[in-house]
Write a protein that binds this ligand. Structure first.
Ligand SMILES: Cc1ncc(COP(=O)(O)O)c(C=O)c1O
Length: 372
């Protein structure tokens, strides 16, 4: 990320992907701030010893309490780096809480870029029909209203964008950033401080063992200079930010599970003791996670990934979780003979796994072990 988006880019880790304080702290040591969506995530970032000045608050679900907390921190002279507002209503609420409080707080405005991101429909948050962000007209009106309502307090500082997650190509992202640069340039004409563009996250990760068919962060970054040149020099953003989640942590995490049953259901079926309560994304929208068998010492039996040709004794095996829902499946994987008690690992589970886990079926929150 740093090679693609070097200083002075602001790099914020989107901690919804993985909110373990030790990991947030490790990424902070590498120069990343934290991007949070609630007071809960904000508290996780603080537990990782991040100062408010390296924390940004965004998110479609901010409550009055979240907004009041951001205002209170600013009133104490310890403001967040910025708050990104989602809607005219949210901007209004923030302005009301800040009224008379003599705060100085930078505010970004989330743009819905109305593009067609090259990803699963459920991850295409930059499409016009999605619930995320404001249209260009809503955004420019909201900026004007906020600037008029709170002179010297809340400071409209720029645009926040997130085109989608697990982007399979750069085209929609480029279109989205181009729109954001144009809108920012328009506002900046009458408001020189409106100088910040946060282009969000979405940098993809190919499942382990699959061909690296997805664009690397550098491929996205290469588009930026030409996009900035679409507006006059004095209308361009002065500060640029990214907020990756998945790219930084997905490959760093494995879920280790034990086999509970092996059945013949036309093909071989293995039920294991981890599933949608620990990793909901396969059941939620068909996310693909390689599953590998482990020796009793915890070493992968075949580490070549799902693209490897079948080894002798390996069979296509449907791997299902233990939850009372038939969608609780991790798909078909090439695996050696298995029996109850054997260990398997679900790979690439460092992002959107533990942070999205649930207690459904009375399951406890799982232990997480950080290895260096
Ligand atoms: C606004 C915003 N920024 C950043 C991210 C992180 O996305 P990713 O993990 O795909 O990089 C998300 C993910 O939902 C998001 O909504």
């Amino acid at each position: 990320m740093e090679a693609a988006f070097p200083d002075p880019w602001i790099r914020q880790f989107s901690i919804k992907a993985n909110d373990v304080p030790a990991i947030i702290a490790e990424l902070a040591r590498l120069g990343l701030g934290a991007n949070v969506v609630s007071r809960g995530e904000w508290a996780r970032a603080r537990r990782a010893w991040l100062p408010n000045e390296s924390i940004t608050l965004e998110g479609v679900g901010k409550t009055d309490a979240d907004l009041r907390a951001a205002v209170s921190a600013a009133r104490r002279g310890d403001p967040l780096r910025w708050v990104a507002v989602e809607s005219p209503e949210e901007a209004e609420a923030l302005a009301t809480f800040a009224q008379g409080a003599h705060v100085t707080l930078d505010v970004l405005f989330r743009l819905n870029p109305d593009v067609a991101p090259e990803t699963q429909a459920v991850l295409a948050v930059g499409s016009g029909a999605s619930k995320f962000g404001m249209t260009e007209t809503e955004l420019t009106r909201t900026v004007q209203r906020l600037a008029g309502a709170a002179p010297g307090g809340l400071r409209p500082r720029g645009i926040h964008l997130h085109v989608g997650s697990q982007l399979g190509a750069i085209d929609a992202w480029r279109d989205g950033v181009r729109r954001a640069v144009a809108v920012l340039g328009l506002v900046r004409g009458s408001m020189p401080d409106f100088d910040t563009l946060d282009v969000g996250g979405g940098f993809p990760v190919a499942p382990f063992g699959w061909a690296p068919s997805v664009p690397a962060p550098g491929r996205f970054a290469r588009e930026i200079p030409a996009l900035l040149e679409t507006v006059p020099a004095d209308r361009r953003p002065l500060r640029l930010a990214v907020e990756p989640g998945r790219f930084l942590v997905a490959r760093a995490g494995w879920i280790v599970a034990r086999v509970l049953h092996v059945r013949d259901r036309g093909a071989r079926l293995a039920v294991i003791d981890a599933g949608m309560a620990e990793l909901v994304r396969p059941a939620l929208y068909g996310a693909v996670h390689p599953v590998v068998a482990l020796t009793s010492r915890g070493e992968p039996v075949d580490d070549a990934g799902p693209a490897a040709s079948l080894r002798p004794g390996f069979e296509p095996t449907r791997v299902d979780g233990p939850i009372c829902e038939s969608t609780d499946t991790l798909g078909v994987h090439s695996l050696p003979p298995l029996r109850r008690g054997d260990l398997v690992a679900i790979r690439d589970a460092g992002a959107y796994a533990a942070s999205m886990s649930s207690a459904y079926n009375g399951r406890p929150r799982r232990a997480q072990v950080l290895l260096r």
